[in-house]
Write a protein that binds this ligand. Structure first.
Ligand SMILES: N[C@@H](CCC(=O)N[C@@H](CS)C(=O)NCC(=O)O)C(=O)O
Length: 212
């Protein structure tokens, strides 16, 4: 049977990984469409017609005909469609959303920018680099403290909060952050890595388009 979902993205992209990881953990195989950011494919009219921000990821759902953008919003959409990882109660659903908002406010920017700096994708002066490193570590400590005595960020099972934040924290070492100093966070990462369907980013996102 043809795959329901088509994920457009690039293998280097953390937000693309978040969506791919959700699909993998939910047991949904998906078509993958490589978007060549260097060639500016994401700014072409055909792509912009589907993804108004001119960014990856873009997720197409052949069942509903919807074209979706913004990784956190896509994760919430997938919870509604697939009935998985949404939390065990309305309270947990809201808490998962809160973590995803917090992620892009306090965590993702610093981790992703540090990584981009180290990969040579972005270039910033020393004060900016120091700011991202300091703020990133503050956010990692918030996570580490929260995970004291807990297995998951929200409730008693994995939710999209974990998937969303894993899609940032797993890039932290590439940004120069030392995760070994965050014991609870390291244990949580190992827990994520042990889930059925889990794949690390370098094994999940192909470097070229592929259909299943
Ligand atoms: N908040 C967005 C961020 C998406 C994002 O930053 N995508 C990057 C790749 S990782 C991108 O498309 N960059 C190209 C651009 O913004 O022009 C999400 O979570 O989906």
């Amino acid at each position: 049977m043809a795959a329901r979902f088509t994920l457009h993205g690039i293998w280097l992209s953390g937000p693309t990984y978040k969506v791919g990881l959700m699909l993998a953990l939910a047991g949904e195989s998906f078509n993958y469409k490589h978007v060549n950011l260097r060639a500016g494919e994401h700014k072409q009219p055909g792509f912009l017609a589907k993804q108004r921000y001119g960014q990856v990821p873009l997720l197409e759902d052949s069942k509903t005909g919807l074209q979706l953008c913004q990784s956190a919003s896509i994760l919430e959409y997938l919870v509604d469609q697939l009935g998985k990882f949404g939390g065990g109660s309305p309270q947990e659903k809201i808490e998962a959303r809160e973590w995803m908002f917090w992620d892009f406010d306090r965590l993702a920017m610093h981790v992703y920018r540090m990584r981009a700096q180290r990969l040579g994708i972005r270039s910033a002066g020393q004060p900016v680099v120091e700011m991202h490193f300091t703020e990133g570590n503050i956010a990692l400590k918030v996570l580490d403290d929260h995970l004291e005595g807990r297995e998951w960020l929200v409730g008693k099972g994995m939710t999209i909060a974990d998937i969303d934040i894993y899609g940032v924290v797993s890039y932290a070492p590439a940004g120069g952050f030392i995760l070994a100093q965050y014991g609870n966070l390291s244990a949580w990462m190992a827990r994520m890595g042990a889930q059925p369907g889990f794949r690390p980013h370098d094994q999940l996102l192909p470097k070229a388009s592929q259909a299943v």
